[in-house]
Design a protein. Structure first.
Length: 93
């Protein structure tokens, strides 16, 4: 079992009620288990987002800075995609 450390948190009443409902449903052994699972899921999600930002966004920004003339405005990209979609739907009809 991993080492633990006791901390005290204050939750808004609606969140505390949701914790109580989860506990009553029997999916968790304690309030601590619920909070631990929730925080772990949120922290894991945050870390995935951070990695995505580092890997994808920073790379895309570097590409844009290196060749801004290759960048197309989002409305141009969207309009092109919409035109292709509508043409495909018309052919299928």
């Amino acid at each position: 079992m991993a080492a633990t450390r006791k901390i005290t948190v204050e939750l808004p009443e609606d969140v505390a009620q949701r914790v109580d409902r989860r506990l009553a449903e029997g999916g968790y052994a304690s309030q601590s288990d619920i909070v631990t699972a929730s925080l772990t899921a949120q922290l894991d999600s945050d870390e995935r987002l951070d990695r995505w930002e580092d890997q994808v966004l920073k790379s895309a920004l570097a590409e844009w800075q290196a060749a801004p003339e290759k960048v197309r405005p989002v409305n141009v990209v969207f309009d092109g995609a919409l035109s292709r979609y509508e043409a495909r739907k018309a052919r299928e009809s």
